[in-house]
Design a protein around this ligand. Structure first.
Ligand code: PGA
Length: 247
């Protein structure tokens, strides 16, 4: 199982980041999970550069620019150079801040060009009875993939993160049955975009209020390959328990 810990802006001190990194190293030695930490960008290089552990690092986002006169931008090249091997792209909080489908596609291409493995976030705002949420997710995946080569497409990890489930508590997360259905649906969409052998290898994660109390059921009952975890990954106790639940 792949666990991507999205620290968002919950971790505001390097000390706390170091502590969580130390915990991750410890639990990754014994457990069967692969842990990827996504710290805020000022902490990425400090934590990742000399890292020789089994824990890997992700950028929380990459810029749509390619460097040059762009104050404040954090490019894919900077993230790679700071030690990231993954990049979260298209997170709903970035989309809410203005990332359109085109910008997400551009960011994906930049991440891939720097050999960062993209974790592409998709997910509907709300569930309706007519299945419009399905077409919404299909469109998000398709528009992100359209300009990429089959080889590039095969490198992408999909994180299904319905917006209605993000940042709450376990009771508000998706249920195992609905998640299983959604993972199947996403694989069906991927089958239209990827050669067959790659569809089976593409990892599909779930994110949205994953906590120690629901992670095991979600993992067991659906064909999900891992989780993108927000608030619970920034809490030492919850994070340790989360990994234990999967081991
Ligand atoms: P959450 O966030 O676990 O706090 O719901 C998940 C995410 O937004 O990646």
């Amino acid at each position: 199982m792949l666990i991507v810990a999205n620290w968002k802006a919950y971790i505001e001190s390097l000390e706390k980041g170091k502590k969580l990194f130390a915990i991750s190293k410890r639990v990754s030695r014994t457990g069967s999970c692969t842990i990827v930490l996504a710290p805020p960008s000022p902490f990425l290089g400090v934590l990742a550069l000399k890292n020789k552990s089994r824990v890997s690092f992700a950028a929380q986002d990459v810029s749509a620019t390619l460097g040059g006169p762009a104050t404040g931008e954090v490019t894919a090249q900077m993230c790679a150079s700071a030690g990231a091997s993954y990049a979260i792209v298209g997170h709903s909080e970035r989309r809410a801040a203005g990332d359109t489908g085109n910008i997400v596609a551009e960011k994906l291409a930049h991440a891939l060009a720097k050999d960062l493995i993209p974790v592409l976030c998709v997910g509907e705002h709300e569930r309706d009875h007519d299945g419009r949420y399905l077409s919404f997710v299909r469109e998000e995946i398709t528009s992100a993939f359209v300009a990429l080569t089959p080889k590039e497409r095969a490198k992408i990890i999909i994180a299904y993160e319905p917006l209605w489930a993000i940042g709450k508590s376990a009771e508000s997360a998706i249920g195992p049955h609905d998640l299983a259905e959604m993972v199947l649906y996403i694989r069906k969409v991927l089958a239209e975009l990827l050669p067959r052998k790659n569809v089976l290898h593409t990892r599909v994660l779930y994110g949205g209020s994953v906590e120690p109390s629901n992670i095991r059921d979600l993992a067991r009952s659906s064909r999900v390959d891992g989780f993108l975890i927000g608030h619970a990954s920034a809490d030492e106790r919850m994070f340790t328990e989360l990994v234990k639940e999967l081991s």
